[in-house]
Design a protein around this ligand. Sequence first.
Ligand code: HEC
Ligand code: CU
Length: 337
Amino acid sequence: MTLPLRARRWAAAAALLPLAACDQRVQSALDPAGPQAERIRRLMVMSIWIAAPIAVAVTAAVVWAALRGRDSAHVPETPRADRRMAATVAGLVAATVVVLFVWMISDFSAIRSLSKLDGRPLAVTLVGHQWWWEVQYHDSVASHQLTTANEIHIPVGRPVLVTLESRDVIHSFWVPRLHGKRDLIPGYTNRIWLRADKPGAFRGQCAEFCGQQHANMALWVIAEPQARFDAWYRAQLQPAAAPADSTRIAGQKAFLGNSCVMCHTIRGTPTGGRNGPDLTHLGGRRTLAAGTLPNTPGHLGGWVVDPQGIKPGTTMPPNNLRPDELRALIAYLEGLK
Ligand code: HEC
Ligand SMILES: [Cu+2]
C-alpha cells in the first residue's frame, strides 16, 4: 500500500458509511427488541412526562415572577397574601415529595425487573480486549464449548446470561435495543441478563472510553429462532474445513507460515494464538475488526496488509505479503464459513 496515511484514513471512513447509515435502525434504545430495553424505555418516557410539565411550569413561574416583581417591588405585603403564599409553598413541597416518591418507586421496580430473567439461560462469557470482543459459549459438555469473536448469536425468546470480563482496561457492553450498559472490568466479574423477543441483528458498542480505538469497538447480537441458532452453533463447533483448491491451500500455507499463528486460532490447523480473534469461521461474520469494516475480500485484504492504517494503535502488526500470497490468504480466510 503506497497511499498516504491521510488518504487511507479517509478511505476507511468512507467504507464505514454504509454501516453508519443503517445503525440508527439497529442501535436505537427507542426501538426495544427485548423486555429489558422495553422497561428502560418505559421508565424514560414516564420520566419525560413527569419532568417536562414541571420544567415548563417552573420556567413560566420564573418568567412571571421576574416580570411581575418589577412593578410590585414596593407594594407592602398584607397578612392575607402572606398566608396564601405559605399555603402555596407548602402545597408545592408536598406535591414535589409525592412526585419524587412515585419516581423512586418506579425506578426501584425497573431495576428489580432488569436484574434477572426467568428460565434456563444460555451462558455466554464476553471478554473485552483493546479493541475487540471475545465471545465464549459454555456448555456442560466440554467439546461443546465454543470461542468466537465480535458477534453473539442468541436464540429468540431464551434468556442469556452474559458474564463480562476484561483482559486490559474497563470496557462497557451496550446493545441499546436489548438492555442498558454494563461494564467489563479487569479482575472483576460482572453479569447481565438479556433476552431478544424478536429476531434481528442488534448493534452494540463499547460504551466506556477504552483507548485510541474505543469508537471502533462494536459488536453484533444476532437473534435467531432456536432451530437456526442450533444449526449455527453446530456449524461453529466444527473445525475449519480443509482448503480444497490450490489457491486456498496456498492461502493456508501463507497463514501458517506467517506471524498470524502467534495471535490467531483456526481450529483444525496447528494454531492456538489467543491475542487476537478466533478466525475458525471468519467468513461467516458480518464485519471485520469489531464492526469497523464490512466483511468483504477487499476490506479483508486492506486489513491484513495495513491494520495500523485502519485502526491505528491495534496490536496487529502490518504484513508485507507478496501479491499472490495475499490473494491466496484472502481466498482462504473468506472461505472459512
Ligand atoms: C501480534 C498479534 C497479531 C498478529 C501477528 C496478527 N494479528 Fe490479526 N488481529 C490481531 C488483533 C489484536 C486483532 C483485533 C483487532 C481489532 O479489531 O482491534 C486482529 C484481527 C484480525 C482479523 C479480523 C478478525 C475479526 O474477527 O474481525 C483478521 C482477519 C486478522 N486479524 C488476520 C490476521 C492475519 C491473516 C495475520 C497474519 C498475516 C494476522 N492477523 C496477524 C492480532 C494479530
Ligand atoms: Cu472498549
